[in-house]
Design a protein around this ligand. Structure first.
Ligand code: NDP
Length: 454
C-alpha cells in the first residue's frame, strides 16, 4: 500500500512512499535490539552531548522542518516554527535533567540501606499522530534516548515526510543509526511489531480506537503501554473571571493548531451570569481570525489536516444542530478548495448531542451554561474524557478547591493549557493513562529496580 504525503490546502499528492516490506521492518528491529545493548552502556554525558546536537540540528533547520509540517497537515507556519523550537527545548531539557531524574531514590527501610535504581528496558515503539508531527515524537524520543532506551517510530500515514525528517535529525546529530528509526508502514503492521520480543513496550498518541487496539495487543504480550488519547477539555469561566482575558485566551485555546489539539479547549462551560458578556467577546475573537494558506505568515489559521477529518466534523456539527444546538458563528465547510472548516461556536449544547458526548477534533467551540460553580464542576465531569482543562476566576483560593474536584490529568488556572517539558502530561478516563514529560515521563519506560543492602 502506498503512503501519500498530501497537501490539505489543495489535496495535491506531493510525494508517495511504498510501505516498507516485512524484511526491512525485521532488519530495523534487529538494529534497534543490537544498538540498545551498546546504547544503554553509554554515559549520561555522552547521550547529553548528542541530544544537545539534536537540538542544534532542529534550530538550524527550523524553516525546513516547519515547512514539512505545514505542507503535510496544514499547520500555520508560525505555529510550525514554534513547534520545532519547542522540540529543541525538550531535547535540551532532558539533556540537562535526565541524569538527575534517574538518580537513585533513597528508601526508608528498617535495616541496612535501600534505594530505587532506574535501568532502561530496551526498544520502545511509538505510534504517533499527525497533529503535532514533531512535538509528539520528540517528547517521547528525548527522554527515552536520554534514559538509555531506543525508539522505533510508526508515524501517522499522512505525515511520512515529517516521520523521515525526525530520524534524519538524530542521524545528523550523531546518534547510532539504531537509536531512533522511522518505519514507513501502515497501522496493519503494528501487531507484528508488538508481537516481536525485541520490542519491550509501546506508547501511542491518537484516537481511543487506535489506543485500545495497541493496548490490547501489547497486553496480550504483557508489554507496558502509555496512552495519550483524545480529550474534550473544559474551559470553565466563573462569574468573577477577567472576561476580556478569558475570551481572548479561550479563542486561542480552541483554535490552536487549526483546532486539532488533544488539549484544545473544547467545552466552554460558562457561569450563567457572565455567559452573554463572554460570548460577545469570544465571538469577536473568532471574527478576527485570518484564514488561508498556512504557509502565508499573515494567516492564523489554515485547513484541517485531511478532508475526511473535516467531513467527520461537519457531520458531528450537523447532527448536533438537528438535535437543537445553535450556531453562533460558522458551522460549515468553507466554500473553497482544501480541507477548510469555518471557525465555529455552537451554543445550546445538551446531553445526547455529538457535540456534548464526543470529541470535536477541529475548530468548533461548544458552549454549555452552568447555574453555579458546583453545576460547572458537574458538567465538566459529565464526560468520558479527562485530559486537561482550564478554569478562570480571580478567587485563586476557591479556584484551587474547585479544580481538585475536576476529573482530569491537569487543570490550569487563568492560563492557556499547553504542554511544557517540565510539566507532566497525560489523562485519566478515556483520555488514557501514564504520563509524558517532566521527571514522571522519563520514568515510564524504566525498570525501577529495588536494591537493598544489608
Ligand atoms: P488515529 O488514532 O487513527 O491515528 C493515530 C496513530 O495511530 C496513527 O499513527 C495511526 O496510523 C495509528 N493507528 C490507527 N489505527 C491503528 C490500529 N488499529 N493499530 C495500530 N495503530 C493504529 O487518528 P486519526 O488520524 O484517524 O484521527 C482520528 C481522531 O483521533 C481525531 O479526530 C481525534 O479525535 C483523535 N486524535 C487524537 C490525537 C491526540 O493528540 N490525542 C491526535 C490525532 C487524532 P495510520 O495513520 O497509519 O492509521
Amino acid at each position: 500500500m502506498a503512503i501519500e504525503s498530501k497537501n490539505p490546502l489543495n489535496n495535491e499528492v506531493v510525494k508517495t512512499f511504498s510501505e516498507e516490506p516485512d524484511e526491512l521492518i525485521l532488519e530495523k528491529l534487529e538494529n534497534a535490539h543490537t544498538t540498545y545493548k551498546n546504547w544503554k552502556q553509554t554515559s549520561f554525558s555522552e547521550r547529553s552531548t548528542l541530544m544537545k546536537k539534536a537540538a542544534e540540528v532542529l534550530r538550524n533547520n527550523k524553516e525546513k522542518y516547519a515547512g514539512l509540517m505545514t505542507l503535510e497537515m496544514g499547520k500555520a507556519k508560525r505555529e510550525a516554527i514554534s513547534e520545532v523550537e519547542k522540540c529543541a527545548r525538550c531535547c535540551d531539557y532532558y539533556a540537562d535533567n535526565a541524569e538527575e531524574f534517574l538518580s537513585n531514590q533513597k528508601l526508608e527501610v528498617p535495616d541496612g540501606k535501600a534505594y530505587i535504581a532506574y535501568d532502561p528496558i530496551g526498544p520502545v515503539l511509538a505510534v504517533m499522530p499527525w497533529n503535532f508531527p514533531l512535538w509528539q515524537v520528540f517528547r517521547f524520543a528525548a527522554p527515552n534516548l536520554m534514559a538509555g532506551n531506543v525508539g522505533l517510530l510508526k508515524h501517522a500515514s499522512n505525515v511520512p515526510q515529517c516521520a523521515k525528517a525526525i530520524e534524519e535529525v538524530f542521524v545528523e546529530a550523531g546518534f547510532p543509526t539504531g537509536a531512533f528509526q522511522t518505519l514507513i508502514i501502515s497501522s496493519s503492521k503494528v501487531n507484528m511489531i508488538l508481537d516481536d520480543e525485541r520490542v519491550v513496550a509501546a506508547t501511542l498518541t491518537g484516537s481511543e480506537y487506535a489506543g485500545s487496539k495497541v493496548a490490547e495487543r501489547a497486553g496480550k504480550n504483557l508489554k507496558k503501554t502509555v496512552l495519550e488519547l483524545g480529550g474534550s477539555d473544559p474551559f470553565i469561566v466563573l462569574e468573577d473571571a477577567d472576561i476580556e482575558e478569558a475570551a481572548k485566551t479561550g479563542a486561542k485555546a480552541r483554535m490552536i493548531n487549526n483546532g486539532q489539539s488533544c488539549i484544545a479547549a473544547k467545552r466552554f462551560i460558562l457561569h450563567k451570569n457572565i455567559a452573554d458578556d463572554f460570548l460577545e467577546k469570544f465571538k469577536a475573537e473568532f471574527e478576527k481570525l485570518k484564514i488561508g494558506d498556512p504557509d502565508d505568515d499573515d494567516n492564523d489559521y489554515g485547513p484541517m489536516a485531511r478532508e475526511d477529518l473535516a467531513d467527520e466534523l461537519l457531520e458531528q456539527v450537523n447532527k448536533s444542530v438537528d438535535k437543537g444546538a445553535k450556531i453562533l458563528i460558522g458551522g460549515k465547510r468553507m466554500d473553497r478548495e482544501g480541507a477548510f472548516f469555518e471557525p465555529t461556536i455552537l451554543t445550546d449544547v445538551k446531553p445526547g448531542m455529538p457535540a456534548y458526548e464526543e470529541e470535536l477534533f477541529g475548530p468548533v467551540a461548544i458552549v454549555i451554561i452552568a447555574e453555579s460553580n458546583a453545576d460547572a464542576v458537574r458538567i465538566v465531569n459529565d464526560s468520558r474524557f479527562g485530559l486537561g482543562g482550564s478554569l478562570w476566576s480571580q478567587n485563586i483560593e476557591e479556584a484551587q478547591k474547585l479544580v481538585r474536584q475536576v476529573e482530569s490529568g491537569a487543570v490550569y488556572i487563568n492560563k492557556l493549557m499547553a504542554s511544557h517539558p517540565a510539566v507532566p502530561f497525560g489523562g485519566i478516563k478515556m483520555s488514557g493513562y501514564g504520563r509524558e514529560l517532566s521527571h514522571l515521563g522519563i520514568r515510564e519506560f524504566m525498570n525501577e529496580k529495588t536494591i537493598w543492602i544489608a
